[in-house]
Design a protein around this ligand. Structure first.
Ligand code: SDX
Length: 427
């Protein structure tokens, strides 16, 4: 523990609180004892609150740093791949060749879903948003695995992690095929993870379908860049749901629901819709003006971040991948990319964005790459959810495998003081 203390004076009281240091990053003040002193801390949106201790991911927002188990995201994006990062997030170390092969083989042999799950999709209209489908079917997965739902059994926790990582692409592709009115395509064990996903998305039973290695590599990198991000809203949702003892499928389904919002994982879809609404480069100044207007709800989607007050390091890698993919596809003069680059240039020069330290985040360029790969806009957040699954389940495993309490925040009550019931005749 610690002998370092912070002193808080409340009225005529002086309260001593323990101070802890992590490996890197800000110290924390342990305020758990405050409730005995009859006061709460107040932090709507948890801007200054550390809700847990974790060893998985570290973010330095001021300097645009993102580490997964200590490894910088740009090095992982350059030298690693999505399944290797899944192993790293879950186990804390990069795998050696033997462990990597074994992990990849394990994931491959969990990609199929129970055939009965196929009938779940029939209940959805063809125009159902795929995130609505994903929230439902991931929660429903728990009904197929009664043999491994003992959350206190490390083996059960690990096989559930493998099943979720393996089945998300299969279910994501099924949600797309359902909307297309096309038959579901089974996963294939001779394909890589991202290659398999694109094959399940775009192949049909009528002919062979070859996945472009360039697009498969770009897809793998997009999954990798979304793999985890500390205690973001959806991961915190997974932890809060899991803290009640809810099974991991239900907890991850709660995370999927939280990710859906346009302020979070829904931003990549919102970026493309925003660029579509702006329509042309000459309209950008008008929209930048609107974004700065407090009375106008318009925000530049893909810009700003609760933690990053510098470039989101993932956005930099994403921008580079964007150029590579569009160059490979021979669409360098993509009008949407041209608009995004002009919007970025104008915004980064504008005093409002400079003062508020608003930079492009992970969602600003990802949508352009996904569009170039041929992924429809309504599937963008499903892609984000697929990439974020290892992060969600690694945090759930870390919490359940350690010591935790049910999450139960308090409040500042501003409602009516106690009053007696008034009969309707006297109201
Ligand atoms: C993700 O938490 C994570 O790690 C999330 C994520 C992950 O990997 O899990 O990184 C993924 O969700 C990325 C963010 C995607 N969302 C968007 O791109 C939507 C547009 N951005 C915002 O709505 C906003 O920036 C938030 C919600 C992301 C963060 O908002 P905060 O926490 O309020 O903090 P901020 O620093 O971004 O905003 C500070 C100020 C505010 O103005 P004031 O109240 O101080 O006057 O900047 C303003 C905001 O109103 N502002 C913007 C803006 N984003 C913030 N003004 C115009 N355009 C914007 N995009």
């Amino acid at each position: 523990m610690t002998d370092r203390k912070a002193t808080l004076s409340v009225g005529d009281k002086s309260i001593e609180l323990p101070v802890y240091s992590g490996t890197v990053g800000p110290d924390v003040i342990d305020v758990r004892g405050l409730v005995q002193e009859g006061v709460f801390t107040y932090d709507p949106g948890f801007v200054s609150t550390a809700a847990c201790e974790s060893a998985i991911t570290y973010i330095d927002g001021a300097n645009g740093v993102l580490l997964h188990r200590g490894y910088p995201i740009d090095q992982l994006a350059e030298h690693s791949d999505f399944l290797e990062v899944c192993y790293l997030l879950l186990n804390g170390e990069l795998p050696n060749a033997k462990d990597k092969d074994s992990f990849v083989d394990t994931i491959k042999h969990h990609t199929m879903v129970n055939e009965q799950l196929r009938s779940f999709f029939k209940g959805f209209r063809p125009d159902a948003h795929p995130m609505a489908i994903m929230c439902s079917v991931i929660g429903a997965l728990s009904s197929f695995y009664h043999d491994s739902l003992d959350i206190d059994d490390p083996q059960h926790r690990m096989i559930t992690a493998h099943r979720l990582i393996a089945k998300m692409p299969t279910l994501a592709a099924m949600s797309y095929k359902h909307a297309q009115g096309q038959p579901f395509i089974y996963p294939r064990n001779d394909l890589g993870y991202a290659e398999n996903f694109l094959h399940m998305m775009f192949a049909t039973p009528c002919e062979d379908y070859e996945v472009s290695p360039t697009l498969a590599k770009a897809m793998d990198r997009i999954f990798l860049l979304h793999a985890d991000h500390e205690q973001n809203a959806s991961t915190s949702t997974v932890r809060l749901a899991g803290s009640t003892g809810a099974n991991p499928f239900a907890s991850v389904a709660a995370g999927i629901a939280a990710l859906w919002g346009p302020s979070h994982g829904g931003a990549n879809e919102a970026v493309l819709n925003m660029l579509d609404e702006i329509g042309s480069v000459d309209k950008i100044p008008e929209y930048v003006r609107r974004a700065k207007d407090k009375d106008d709800p318009f925000r530049i989607m893909g810009f700003g971040h609760r933690v990053y007050k510098n470039y989101d390091p993932r956005a930099k890698v994403m921008q580079q991948t964007c150029h590579e993919v569009l160059e490979e596809l021979g669409v360098q003069d993509d009008p949407v990319l041209a608009m995004a680059k002009e919007l970025e240039r104008i915004a980064l020069e504008d005093d409002y964005f400079v003062e508020k330290r608003l930079y492009p985040n992970v969602d600003f360029y990802s949508g352009i790459i996904l569009k170039a790969i041929g992924i429809p806009v309504e599937m963008f957040t499903v892609i984000f959810a697929t990439g974020r699954t290892p992060g969600w389940i690694a945090h759930w495993c870390e919490m359940i495998g350690g010591s935790y309490k049910i999450g139960r925040p308090r409040q500042l009550y501003t409602g009516s003081p106690k009053r007696d019931f008034v009969d309707v005749a006297n109201r």
